[in-house]
Design a protein around this ligand. Sequence first.
Ligand code: HEC
Ligand code: HEC
Length: 332
Amino acid sequence: MKAAFLIASAVATLFAGAAALAASQEPIQPIAPAKVRNPAMVELGKKLFFEPRLSRSGFISCNSCHNLSMGGSDNLKTSIGHNWQKGPINSPTVLNATLNIAQFWDGRAKDLKEQAGGPIANPGEMAFTHELAVDVLKSIPQYTSEFRQVFPNGKVDMANITQAIAAFEETLVTPNARFDKWLKGDRKALTAQEVRGYQTFKNAGCVACHNGPAVGGNSFQKFGIVEAYKTASTAQGRMAVTGKDADRFNFKVPTLRNVELTYPYFHDGEAATLHQAVDTMARLQLGRTFSDGELNDVVAFLKTLTGEQPNFKLPILPPSSDSTPRPHPFND
Ligand code: HEC
Ligand code: HEC
């Protein structure tokens, strides 16, 4: 009995070891759950992420365009900003954004903290000013005391606002996707079709750009390598940051984590479905035309990248005080 058990457990260990080894050799790695270092700061950042009073209209929050009930995106071709302005570019998901090499399609913000100040003052997004955003929060006693508790210098200022938002965003990772379970050795986590899709994804060369834990997010690459991408969008990609002509139409490779939820696709949002996006990628990036079967397989695989979505109590925002500056929803 005992010997049989020992052999069985030795074999099990061997298998687990082989699976772990195999996983480490894969071009995609599982997502690690978030390590929350400062729960009070994360709670404050969560409130600010949902805070529409950081916008001129008093109506638009980060969550308006990065809806955490919809994969951290708005599912629109391009976002709607202040006064119903048409945005210039598709809103990327905030889920797993902490794994990105830099933020924005062209990488113009180096990290989440630097990014978070942008939309508040962007006239086409929240259309506020940093001064007014700070004034609004300072006028709300619950916020001033929360900032005092969370930050050593106790200040309500942009540095602390963006740090809190970034701390919250760092928790927005989506571990335990079916694909991650499979990577960790649970061979039943995927169907035969999904495994086939993954093989095609690897063999065709998608993993050259979509790799690592985020299945992307870690490099800038040209969109339209074999064949040019035709678009009405004026976005130039990385060139806007480096000024180098060689960087024209280089975009940050988007993460494919939760890609099932973050339609429509590409920086101009012109690919409505995952089939369309995969077909375009195969032709333009790799010079390959996938058969219907291959397309279905790869799409099935991509849907296994949907992980556990953020799960928390909806934050309740403190009420304005009598002295809080009032919103201007109608460009008044
Ligand atoms: C009006 C819609 C809108 C609002 C409001 C908005 N965003 Fe965004 N966000 C976008 C768009 C569009 C982009 C892409 C812009 C670009 O790349 O040029 C973006 C990009 C980002 C990115 C980069 C993700 C990546 O993969 O590069 C992060 C992170 C982010 N936003 C967080 C926030 C936070 C935090 C707030 C609130 C302070 C916020 N956003 C408010 C539309 C919005
Ligand atoms: C040479 C690098 C490269 C290769 C190879 C590549 N991609 Fe991409 N992928 C990108 C870039 C860059 C983008 C962003 C394009 C844009 O919108 O500007 C992208 C975007 C995508 C998107 C849309 C994601 C979103 O959120 O908008 C999907 C889906 C995708 N790729 C899947 C694939 C598949 C499947 C393959 C293999 C057939 C593949 N990619 C091969 C670089 C690459």
